[in-house]
Design a protein around this ligand. Structure first.
Ligand code: GLN
Length: 542
């Protein structure tokens, strides 16, 4: 029988429910259990694909091409849970299913209502995730308890224990205990209120994970236990981590969360004890780096900390493997256009231009690519960052002065990036891009092939525009090679500038496949090249 864990968040948003859920998954896997993870998002968009990164942070793409919430990135970085379209449901998607059924007449003349029809659809989404070999399904509920739009989801998960047995379900609630400096006291009242709201709906949490700035002390945790009707040992504190999110799982192990879950769910764990040795070694490398390197990330959503989440994580992972702290200089592409590349980019060891949509900031990104190329600074272009590199090369090396992408100019004489025929016909904005995992073949001897250690790769995509094949030869002749293509050779996946220390730009999104212990090969190679440059600049010994 698959067990179910439900993780809810209370008091305030942005508490890190995703990170905590992913950490719980990691802990259980390290007790030898098979885990599947899922997020339920109460907003009405069918998926986050059409949302601006300013609203919602990064859109995380899975192998199957689904555009999902960025918390699924945490799940993939922390666990081996297979993720697919079934791993992220929104209110919009649930209603889409219900309305489609209603139109097909499947409700047999009944009045279609939130309870039971919408809640049944939510329950099905949760219960369907269990497979014969799944020990635990972890379902994270987005939003904050008390939000109107979250109610049907809470009602649905309230019903699940009635269906599959209370002993097979565990409710974990994440809350915040703020510390009031003036009173020199931690305040438990918001937590009490949040649990009160849950209990009103009919959910009694079994475990409370309490986010806190400072250690809580027994007195506070006992008080929370009493007022919230939870066992004392089931109030687990999760103190803010100063250096790295990868400290979170260790903290939860120290407070005995893995053992508590195993006992409460009556799980038979195959490992018998938790093995975190490799994670501890990773922590040592994270906390005591030997080197340092500065990477500029030039984008347009720079102010939003989560807009390039997986990029920042992947840079960190590459840093861990080189025992280096990666200092990221976040540069707004608009500022770069105004102030010039020299002003903002001199002194960095590597330049990364990430993906994006729309015209704003394009010229700044093109300047960044030019500066990296001309000053021999390692350059890593990702999706739009690759397209900007191609435009820059066309303008400044091939002499095609008005070269552009047809996304930004419909009148350019040289659309070096353009829509291919099949994309031209699509007008719908949701899920109509080239999405998800696609194979590619790398040129023997290329930097990319050297990094991957293989010539056959699979990477995730999310874009509409492509390198215009008509210009390929012209580029190759003047030093920008297409070193990776789709297996039939038609689509350009990777370009490299040959007479440069490290200039690799890719049409896909490598940042979705990096993990803390196994950094993505291109991020690994890029940070290595940046370290090399750093050493040269500082005249440090190798
Ligand atoms: N806007 C570009 C395209 O659609 C790049 C997309 C991206 O960077 N993800 O092709």
């Amino acid at each position: 029988m698959t067990k179910h864990i439900f993780v809810t968040g209370g008091v305030v948003s942005s508490l890190g429910t995703g990170l905590t859920s992913a950490s719980i998954g990691l802990l259980l896997e390290r007790r030898g259990l098979k885990v599947r993870m899922q997020k339920l998002d109460p907003y009405i968009n069918v998926d986050p694909g059409t949302m601006s990164p300013y609203q919602h942070g990064e859109v995380y793409v899975l192998d199957d091409g689904s555009e999902t919430d960025l918390d699924l990135g945490h799940y993939e970085r922390f666990t081996n849970s297979p993720l697919s379209r079934e791993s992220n449901y929104t209110t919009g998607r649930i209603y889409q299913k219900v309305i489609a059924k209603e139109r097909r007449g499947e409700y047999l003349g009944k009045t279609v209502q939130v309870v039971p029809h919408v809640t049944d659809e939510i329950k099905a989404a949760v219960l369907n995730l269990a497979r014969p070999d799944t020990d635990v399904v972890i379902t994270e509920l987005g939003g904050t308890v008390g939000d109107i739009e979250g109610l049907p989801f809470l009602e649905a998960i309230r019903q699940i224990p009635l269906e599959i047995g209370k002993e097979n379900c565990l409710f974990i609630h994440l809350t915040l205990v703020p510390y009031l400096k003036a009173a020199k006291e931690a305040k438990t009242k918001p937590t009490q209120h949040s649990v009160g709201q849950l209990r009103q709906i009919g959910i009694q949490p079994d475990v409370l994970i309490v986010r806190t700035e400072r250690p809580l002390g027994r007195e506070n945790t006992d008080k929370i236990a009493l007022f919230c009707n939870v066992e004392k040992r089931a109030v687990i504190e999760e103190q803010d981590k100063e250096f790295s999110i990868y400290e979170v799982p260790m903290g939860l192990v120290e407070h005995g969360l893995d053992q508590l879950i195993i006992e409460k769910l009556g799980l038979k764990d195959r490992a018998g004890r938790i093995n975190m040795d490799d994670w501890e070694q990773l922590m040592q490398r994270i906390l005591h780096p030997q080197n340092e390197v500065t990477i500029a990330v030039v984008g347009k959503y720079i102010d939003h900390r989560d807009a390039y989440k997986s990029i920042y994580e992947s840079l960190d992972h590459a840093g861990f493997s080189h025992s280096a702290r990666v200092l990221v200089k976040r540069i707004d592409a608009g500022d770069l256009e105004e102030q010039g590349a020299e002003m903002l980019l001199s002194g960095v060891d590597g330049i990364l231009v990430p993906g994006g949509f729309g015209m704003r900031g394009i010229e700044g990104k093109i300047l960044a690519a030019q500066y990296a190329r001309e000053c021999d600074i390692p350059y890593f272009g990702i999706c739009l960052g690759m397209q900007c590199a191609v435009i820059e090369y066309a303008r400044n090396v091939l002499g095609l002065k008005d070269a552009n992408s047809s996304e930004f100019s419909s009148t350019t004489d040289h659309p070096v990036i353009c829509l291919l025929e099949e994309q031209k016909r699509i007008t719908d904005k949701g899920g109509t891009m080239r999405l998800g995992a696609q194979p590619a073949v790398l040129m023997d001897g290329s930097k990319a092939a050297e990094c991957y250690g293989t010539q056959e790769i699979t990477e995730r995509h999310r874009h509409r525009y492509e390198f215009n094949p008509e210009y390929r030869q012209q580029f190759a002749k003047s030093g920008m090679q297409a070193t990776g293509t789709s297996p039939n050779g038609n689509l350009v996946e990777v370009v490299e500038v040959t007479n440069h220390p490290w200039y690799v730009a890719v049409q896909y999104h490598p940042e979705f496949k990096s993990k803390p212990m196994t950094p993505h090969p291109l991020f690994h190679g890029f940070v290595e090249a940046a370290l090399e440059r750093h050493r040269e600049r500082m005249q440090l010994p190798v």
